[in-house]
Design a protein around this ligand. Structure first.
Ligand SMILES: [Zn+2]
Length: 340
C-alpha cells in the first residue's frame, strides 16, 4: 500500500528529520544528495519522496510522544477525494435545532458547545486510518493565522481539558489534540471501521468559541479542514466545511443565503423532471433547498417503481450539474442505485 513506501514531509518533526539524517550518515550517503530534496516546509504540501529504506525511523501516530507536528505556514484547503473516495456529510437526520446545514452555501451554522454529527465515508473502509480536523480562516490575508479560543472562554473553562486552546474538539475516546510548530491546532481521531450494514462512521465535533469572540476568531469567516491520514501521517484525502459558530444558526443561515441570492440576482432555476423542465418558484428553492427530505410510499408495479427511482436520481443529478454540493447529493444518488 502507498503508505508503506512514501510519506508526506508535512509531518516530520525536527527530531525525526535528525534521526533520518543520522541514519543516512551511518549509511555513508552524501548529505548533499539529501539537500537536493529541497527540505522546504513551506513548499511541500503534495511533495513526497521514497523513504522505503528508512521505515524504522518513520513517525507513527501511535508513538508521537509530543503532539507537535511540522506543518506548512498555511494549512492547505484544496479538496481531493483520493483513491479511497474520502467524503464527509453532515448527519441531518440528527434532528437537533442547535445546528443547520446550508447546501447552497456548503456551510454549517452551529451554536457554541453543541454537537455537530458528521458521517465520514471512505472506500474500502478498512481500519488503521485517522481523520485530522483543524480550523482555518477562509480569507487569504488571515490564512496563516492560527484559529484559537478567546481569552474569555479559556478563562471560563476547566483548565485541565486537553483542548483548552482549541476551538474544535471531537467526542471520541481516542481523540488526540495536536499543535503544529506554526501554532495551528488540530484533533486527530482514529476512524475504526463502519458497523456491519453501514458504509460510514459518525464523528461528533464540538466548537468552543463563537465567530464573534473578539479576542479569538474576531468575526472572521472560518472553515474546518479534514484530512484522511494513514497511521504514518500520509494524507490520502482532504475535505473542507465552512462553519459559522453563532447564537442563532437558522437566522444566520437565512441571512447569508439571502445575501447570496441578492448578489446572484435571484434568477428562477429550471430543473429537468423526466423529459420536462420545471421552474421552481424562487422562494421555494431557497427556503427548502438545503434540507434533505425522505418519504416512504407504496408503488404498484416494477416499471412504475423503476421510473420513480430513475426520476428521483435524475432530479438530484440535475442539482449536481447546477453546482449543488456533491458531498451531500452523491451519497443520496448512490443510495437509490443500491435499492433492490
Ligand atoms: Zn470565545
Amino acid at each position: 500500500m502507498a503508505s508503506e513506501s512514501s510519506l508526506s514531509l508535512l509531518t516530520l518533526t525536527s527530531s525525526q528529520e535528525d534521526s533520518i539524517i543520522s541514519e543516512l550518515r551511518d549509511n555513508e550517503i552524501n548529505l548533499q544528495d539529501l539537500h537536493d530534496f529541497a527540505f522546504d516546509h513551506t513548499d511541500i504540501v503534495e511533495e513526497k519522496f521514497d523513504i522505503s529504506h528508512y521505515q524504522e525511523t518513520l513517525p507513527n501516530h501511535n508513538d508521537l510522544s509530543t503532539q507537535t507536528v511540522m506543518q506548512a505556514q498555511m494549512p492547505a484547503n484544496q479538496e481531493f477525494a483520493g483513491e479511497l473516495n474520502f467524503e464527509l456529510l453532515p448527519n441531518q437526520q440528527d434532528g437537533s435545532k442547535s445546528w443547520v446545514y446550508s447546501a447552497k452555501l456548503q456551510k454549517v451554522f452551529i451554536e457554541m458547545e453543541k454537537t455537530l454529527p458528521l458521517w465520514v465515508k471512505w472506500s474500502p473502509p478498512h481500519g488503521q486510518l485517522y481523520v485530522r480536523a483543524g480550523m482555518a480562516f477562509c480569507e487569504p490575508t488571515h490564512r496563516s493565522d492560527p484559529v484559537t479560543r478567546c481569552h474569555n472562554h479559556i478563562a471560563l473553562s476547566d483548565q485541565n481539558i486537553p483542548y483548552l486552546r482549541h476551538v474544535l474538539s471531537c467526542k471520541h475516546n481516542g481523540a488526540r489534540y495536536c499543535e503544529t510548530n506554526t501554532g495551528h491546532y488540530s484533533v486527530l481521531v482514529p476512524l475504526g471501521t463502519p458497523e456491519p450494514g453501514t458504509d460510514s462512521v459518525q464523528m461528533d465535533f464540538t466548537f468552543h468559541c463563537k465567530n464573534s469572540c473578539s479576542t479569538g476568531i474576531n468575526r472572521k469567516p472560518t472553515e474546518v479542514i479534514f484530512t484522511l491520514e494513514t497511521d504514518r501521517a500520509e494524507v490520502l484525502g482532504r475535505r473542507k466545511l465552512l462553519v459559522r459558530i453563532c447564537s442563532c444558526p437558522k437566522r444566520d443561515r437565512g441571512k447569508e443565503e439571502k445575501e447570496l441570492r441578492e448578489s446572484s440576482g435571484g434568477k428562477k432555476r429550471k430543473i429537468m423532471l423526466g423529459k420536462k423542465y420545471i421552474s421552481l418558484p424562487v422562494e421555494q428553492q431557497h427556503e427548502t433547498e438545503s434540507e434533505i427530505f425522505s418519504f416512504n410510499v407504496k408503488i404498484y408495479g416494477r416499471d412504475n417503481y423503476e421510473t420513480v427511482k430513475k426520476v428521483t436520481s435524475s432530479v438530484m443529478a440535475q442539482t449536481l450539474v447546477d453546482g449543488g454540493p456533491s458531498a451531500v447529493i452523491q451519497p443520496l444518488i448512490e443510495y437509490i442505485k443500491r435499492l433492490p
